[in-house]
Write a protein that binds this ligand. Structure first.
Ligand code: NAP
Length: 259
């Protein structure tokens, strides 16, 4: 299936690791031009995989928390590349800022780190997205809907991201720009694998988590998120907007007591 993404310029925040890296590679496979915005330098292993698919990409090192740096990067890209088709807002981290011990200042700082750059990047790109009749994809988390019990700020940011997905779909429908979100529950990434290793019995811990995922009692793979991401970005989903798509093995909607 040709997703009609060839030569389309798509920003991917946090696109050099984890879920973002999978989306970058899937875009490259479709002939799109990924523009990765990443805090850390490009990992050699990822670079090798990406360059086996395309030489036409850009990797820009930026801490998105330095939010004023976003607009000039977007304007420069539009000038050099001629158009911007897509935004994948993906960078973020569950920082476990809980209700009882987190001050409002730390709460607000965490919101800045997980939410503000999602807004700033789309705000900066709006004129170009209108010109290209482009597509926005926000990566959110199950915590927005299920809570987690120890992460007020992250849950609030991810909830706001779902609200913004609908707000932007409403604001930009007249301009033929679509806005969708993917809700992730438990996706197996290198970072997740490292975290599991901190437990006394990592395999047992992994099984406890996987057992709560109704469909096949396993983690979602990076590729399963990436495949949905490129479809939602692509013109093949041309009448899909304002959607929260749950790529989560039924975690949010199915009764987790199912066996
Ligand atoms: P990951 O492996 O840590 O990758 C995230 C990438 O984003 C990293 O490259 C990270 O850079 C980058 N990043 C984070 N903050 C940044 C900033 N301020 N500026 C620039 N880059 C920044 O995480 P992941 O698991 O793939 O998560 C991707 C998204 O999925 C996040 O929004 C997360 O909340 C969401 N999600 C994931 C899961 C899951 O099970 N994995 C579940 C629910 C939701 P550094 O390497 O420099 O930190």
């Amino acid at each position: 299936m040709d997703l009609q993404l060839k030569e389309k310029v798509v920003f991917v925040t946090g696109g050099g690791k984890g879920i973002g890296s999978g989306i970058t590679l899937a875009l490259a496979r479709e002939g799109a031009i990924p523009i990765v915005l990443s805090r850390s330098a490009i990992l050699p292993e990822f670079k090798e995989k990406l360059e086996a698919l395309t030489k036409d990409y850009e990797f820009i090192q930026i801490d998105l928390n330095e939010t004023d740096k976003i607009q000039p990067i977007v304007d420069d890209m539009a000038k050099r590349r001629g158009s911007i088709y897509g935004i994948v807002n993906n960078a973020g981290a569950n920082d476990n800022k809980d209700l009882e011990t987190t001050s409002w200042r730390d709460f607000e700082k965490s919101l800045h780190e997980n939410l503000t750059h999602y807004y700033a990047l789309v705000h900066a790109a709006v004129p170009y997205l209108k010109d290209s009749r482009g597509s926005i994809l926000n990566i959110s988390s199950k915590t927005a809907l299920t809570g987690q019990g120890k992460t007020s700020a992250y849950a609030a940011a991810k909830g706001a991201i779902l609200a913004l997905t609908r707000e932007w779909a409403a604001a930009l429908a007249k301009d033929h720009v679509r806005s969708n979100a993917i809700v992730v529950s438990e996706c197996w990434t290198p970072l997740y694998a490292n975290w599991i290793k901190t437990f006394d019995d990592p395999e047992a811990r992994k099984k406890v988590i996987a057992d709560k995922i109704p469909f096949e009692h396993r983690f979602t793979s990076i590729e399963e998120i990436a495949d949905m991401a490129v479809f939602l970005l692509s013109p093949l989903s041309s009448h899909t907007t304002a959607q929260w798509v749950f790529v989560d093995g039924g975690y949010v909607h199915l009764d987790r007591a199912l066996s």
